[in-house]
Design a protein around this ligand. Structure first.
Ligand code: K1U
Ligand code: ZN
Length: 180
């Protein structure tokens, strides 16, 4: 099932996620739905926060073949490389906005896998960037918060304008639909 993705500046994107208590059937269904939603939206990652579930769960697939899903439950970054890199980021909650963010080149993460088994992972390059981006979502942080106040406010205004227009179009569509 495709899940609706919250759009910036929805305040629900700023909620801090709580740990997953049990990797049960509900979480398995959420994982399946989040993966379907991420692939459908052509993203390389998705955090539960973005689908309005405030629990520590993210899905990622940075493979070219789009067949190597990674599920991180209760992830914690245990080490950040001192070496940093500035790279272009995007976000499914901030469509069509891309900008540069500085991140550690590599990270170590501890997490539970989709079966609830404890795992550790050392990531670099795109995977390391994606993990840092997704774990920020779980802390209620969207990547545009790293940009200047000026850029942040411009993006916020642009997104609100688009959302108001979409709302108006939906209202018009509803009004002009013939009543059966
Ligand atoms: O969290 C999200 O909204 C998903 C996001 C992940 C991400 C992309 C780029 C850098 C860090 C994290 C996306 O998948 S945005 C769409 C996308 O596929 C993409 C955008 C820019 C660069 C690479 C990929
Ligand atoms: Zn994002």
């Amino acid at each position: 099932m495709l899940l609706p993705i919250l759009a910036f500046p929805d305040p629900r994107l700023n909620i801090v996620a709580k740990p997953v208590v049990e990797v049960d059937q509900r979480i398995q269904k959420l994982i399946a739905d989040m993966l379907e939603t991420m692939y459908d939206a052509k993203g390389i990652g998705l955090a539960a926060t973005q689908v309005n579930v405030h629990e520590r769960l993210v899905v990622i697939d940075v493979s070219d073949t789009r067949d190597q899903p990674l599920v991180l439950i209760n992830p914690e970054i245990t080490w950040y490389s001192p070496e940093k890199h500035v790279g272009e980021e995007g976000c499914l909650s901030v469509p069509e906005i891309y900008d540069k963010v500085e991140r550690s080149v590599a990270v170590k993460v501890s997490y539970l896998d989709a079966k609830g088994k404890p795992q550790q992972l050392e990531a670099d390059d795109m995977l390391a960037v994606c993990i840092q981006h997704e774990l920020d979502h779980l802390l209620g942080k969207v990547f545009v918060e790293y940009l200047s106040k000026l850029k942040f406010n411009r993006i916020k205004t642009k997104m609100l304008k688009i959302q108001r227009e979409e709302e108006k179009d939906a209202q018009y569509e509803k009004m002009s639909r013939p009543k059966l």
